[in-house]
Write a protein that binds this ligand. Sequence first.
Ligand code: ADP
Ligand code: AMP
Length: 216
Amino acid sequence: MNIILMGPPGAGKGTQSERILDYCSIPHISTGDMFREAIKNQTELGVLAQSYINKGLLVPDEVTIGLVKERLSRDDCKNGYLLDGFPRTIPQAEALQVLAKEISRPVQLVINIEADKDELIRRISGRRVCPKCGNSYHLLFKLPKVENICDACGSELIQRKDDTLESLNVRLDAYENQTKPLVEFYSKLGLCKTVNGLQSIDDVFNDIQKLLDEVK
Ligand code: ADP
Ligand code: AMP
């Protein structure tokens, strides 16, 4: 399966990715996770990406496209992929059309998770993540078993630097201006299916599962 998960920051892309991966074993390609890993290791890419990400801005297209091109060319993507947070601009989507063709894995389904601004703010401000394994929690909606400790690896949870209200406003603007046009881009190709992200985590996944079953 060759799938894209789309939606504004906080819509639940990372959360639903975990469920999708339990359901179909394909590589999870999250450009946000890849940038955070590069930042942790302070690589050249990490230092560059950090200057954009902490302000809530998108990393430039040529950098992001290069990263995804390299990742998609690896052997594990021969069986498909789940793209989470890529593409986020029209040039990225156009580049993906070419890359996907090169590996004979055209995009089959774009799952667009929708949620309104108040809910996105509530989700982002309560999000806590594990700095070691990347697991994501929420202070109200997805509590770890032990307060502030990752269920999976026991590390202390943190708040992402770009989950401040100031960065979030910039990220929501970037979504409106640069990413939302992709809904039309993929709808014209007959690939975009919208899911109501305001439901519980389980109910959102139920809807996604139905869409996955249609292309399986
Ligand atoms: P994204 O990857 O789209 O930025 P996440 O999956 O990290 O979003 O979700 C943002 C926050 O909202 C997380 O803390 C997550 O636990 C919580 N969350 C995700 N989906 C739901 C949902 N359907 N209902 C309530 N909280 C949710
Ligand atoms: P995410 O984890 O998907 O919320 O991404 C965190 C941040 O990484 C975003 O706010 C952007 O700054 C950057 N980023 C992730 N994916 C992309 C992308 N496809 N294009 C540009 N910037 C991205």
